[in-house]
Design a protein around this ligand. Structure first.
Ligand SMILES: Cc1cc2nc3c(=O)[nH]c(=O)nc-3n(C[C@H](O)[C@H](O)[C@H](O)COP(=O)(O)O)c2cc1C
Length: 132
């Protein structure tokens, strides 16, 4: 570690929206302690975790510090954070935020992405972790 810090949050709401332009979304709970941080971030990274990263997912649901969660990561020019070991990573710039009940839907354009690893993906279904 070289003293740099990055913030993260485990989310399951990530989804693709549009191919042209490439848009994705995720929804942010309004009662999250991380609400202000992510509501106002102009860019962010989406990291699709592998099944063997289930502990990282659990930790990032409890706390926001990626170093504390034990992750190795790099920061992109945009400010988005890419996590080592993830199977797909998206460098995203926010284009719209929509109020939706107790969440905000955050829509973003994909500036860049990579798929650095082939491994079973971590999924969360019926309140349990699994793999596909
Ligand atoms: C598998 C999983 C998926 C989650 N998906 C979301 C999500 O899509 N959006 C969200 O706001 N919180 C989601 N959460 C909850 C957050 O990760 C976090 O636990 C919650 O915001 C409470 O912590 P905080 O108040 O420190 O943010 C998810 C948690 C887990 C374990």
């Amino acid at each position: 570690m070289d003293g740099r810090r990055a913030r993260a949050m485990t989310v399951n709401s990530f989804s693709s929206v549009s191919l042209e332009p490439a848009l994705v979304l995720w929804s942010l709970g309004r009662d999250s302690a991380r609400y202000a941080l992510f509501r106002h971030a102009p860019t962010f990274g989406i990291n699709v975790l592998a099944f063997d990263q289930v502990e990282l997912s659990t930790r990032c649901a409890r706390q926001d510090d990626l170093n504390g969660a034990g992750a190795q990561w790099t920061e992109r020019e945009s400010g988005a954070v890419f996590v080592e070991g993830a199977i797909a990573r998206f460098d995203c710039r926010v284009t719209a935020v929509h109020e939706a009940g107790d969440h905000e839907i955050i829509v973003a354009q994909v500036l860049d992405f990579d798929t650095p690893r082939e491994a079973p993906a971590l999924v969360f279904n019926r309140s349990a972790y699994g793999q596909i």
